[in-house]
Design a protein around this ligand. Structure first.
Ligand code: ZN
Length: 316
């Protein structure tokens, strides 16, 4: 599966935006995760700050969050330790990353490059295609189908949880306006809690991180079962989605302009300060001929957007 960020036409941040990244890092560092809780729909995990020993991938000098966002959460199998890290990698790209350790298995759960766009005044975007990369040796077709199924199920789950995610599985998590030093579509606290929650869920779907969440069905694949079953792959896995082309995907610069113009949900008036995340939505749906232009786009909160898409049976 290829990584396709081209829909967003984003540039990865390099040296000259360093001071903006430091400003953002400083703000995230001084953000408290309320009561050390991660909420997943109506469930919540009550954690505590800190981890048993360092869980570090990058060089300390480049670790901009200073180990501040390290947490331990109890789960059925014991405890899962999470470390949120923002750092400059060897290629001078900034990256935000969540590492985990559970039952002596440690590794990376979820990461995003920090990106900028021409024409958006240096704002920093957090976007990432949801994808899985596990391999079943000698079973390339099954591997592809299984990755696709997990991608579909996980993306659908994130949509239902109120995230702004496109039909091509690109997750739009945040945009940080460097002029005002604020997120346009969320709050720093929500951003951190979302990143941790997505990482934890993704680790469940990856299936090789030493834990499974009991609130979700298992997505661990047994290759022996796959070899011995008489069902065809088409029967086992959901249909392949059509890779919809066209201009339904809203470019980052346009998202930025809509968020900057509207600032709140156009249906209920709420803002990130009221505890909602803001999405950018087609007023006349793309499926009904609505164009991806500023005039046909509006800001909706996650809740209003899901209500709307259920009615007009848009995504998922
Ligand atoms: Zn709303």
């Amino acid at each position: 599966m290829t990584i396709d960020l081209s829909v967003f036409e984003a540039d990865i941040i390099i040296d000259n935006e360093t001071s903006d990244v430091l400003k953002l890092a400083n703000q995230l560092k001084h953000t408290e995760l309320s009561s050390c809780q991660i909420r997943i729909g109506s469930f919540f995990l009550q954690g505590k700050k800190g981890i048993s020993k360092p869980l570090q991938y990058s060089h300390e000098d480049f670790q901009l969050l200073d180990g501040y966002h390290n947490y331990t959460f109890p789960i059925q199998e014991g405890e899962v330790e999470l470390s949120l890290q923002l750092y400059e990698n060897k290629n001078h790209h900034y990256r935000i990353n969540c590492f985990s350790r559970c039952n002596d298995v440690s590794g990376q759960l979820f990461s995003m490059n920090l990106t900028t766009e021409k024409d958006t005044k240096g704002s920093i975007f957090f976007v990432q295609k949801i994808k899985f990369s596990e391999r079943l040796e000698g079973h390339s077709e099954a591997t592809k189908a299984f990755r696709r199924m997990k991608q579909q199920v996980f993306s659908g789950m994130l949509h239902k949880l109120g995230f702004d995610i496109t039909e091509t599985n690109d997750l739009f998590l945040g945009v940080y306006d460097t002029k005002t030093g604020t997120f346009l579509n969320t709050t720093p606290e929500k951003f951190i809690s979302d990143f941790l929650m997505i990482s934890l869920l993704k680790g469940h779907f990856m299936g090789n991180k030493g834990y499974q969440l009991e609130i979700l069905p298992s997505y661990t694949l047994d290759p022996h079962w796959l070899l011995t079953t008489s069902d065809s792959l088409e029967d086992i896995f959901p249909e392949k989605i059509k890779n919809r082309k066209g201009n339904r995907t809203i470019p980052l610069s346009l998202r930025f302009k809509v968020l900057e113009r509207d600032r709140c949900c156009k249906l209920c008036g709420r803002t990130p300060k009221d505890g909602v995340k803001l999405h950018v939505d087609h007023i006349t749906p793309y499926s009904m001929g609505g164009a991806t232009i500023l005039e046909n786009l509006q800001v909706l909160c996650g809740e209003c957007n899901i209500g709307k898409s259920n009615k007009s049976s848009q995504k998922y």
